[in-house]
Design a protein around this ligand. Sequence first.
Ligand SMILES: *Cc1c(COP(=O)(O)O)cnc(C)c1O
Length: 237
Amino acid sequence: MSTIAAHLDDVLSRISRATADAGRPAGSVRLLAVSKTFGADAVREAVAAGQRAFGENYVQEALDKIAATDDARVEGEPLEWHFIGPLQSNKTRPVAEHFDWVHSVDRLKIAERLSAQRPADLPPLQVCLQVNISGEASKSGVTPDEVPAVARAIAALPNLTLRGLMAIPEPEDDPSRQREPFKAVHELFDTLRAEGLALDTLSMGMSGDLEAAVAEGATMVRIGTAIFGARDYGSRA
Ligand SMILES: *Cc1c(COP(=O)(O)O)cnc(C)c1O
């Protein structure tokens, strides 16, 4: 078994255990493999092990990788590409044209551009609204107060499907303190659903805190390091 296949196995076991510990149904948490900084070969190894959904942060790097893995299939289905990084408004077009999902929609203007630029022959772009749960001015995301109004506006756009919320809490090594921000995001999600929005996705949890995220209701965890290893940003400008 390749290293990536063995790591994927470990991560899937962690997810299954956390799902069972939380008393949630088996299979209710999806794994997004975050392949940023790793090449097409790493993606192919993960595909050979059965992984189909991949997350990327940098537009040009992702476009190259999507093109280089165009022939890759898992059980006959093409790969699914999720954009999860900060998105500037001048980069929305290639994302609207080449991705299946965007988790990092952090203002209405970005959503409007993605909707306008989504090609008519593709299904709606699946999106999550990113919430700034740690309340830091430096962090991307809509503040919790603003979430309901922005979510309603995005849900009304024609070529997007608003699936839920995404959050990246401050890194916290102490597992007993990891759950609180995830719980707050889940409460916000429940509020939106109670107001009638048909949401099904809570994108939260990374290599260091996936158990806490699953315990608080994550439906998709975004895992990079635990699958592909440590990232080397050295060659990146
Ligand atoms: C890089 C990244 C991840 C993966 O983080 P790991 O700690 O390597 O698992 C998840 N989500 C986002 C938004 C990222 O940028």
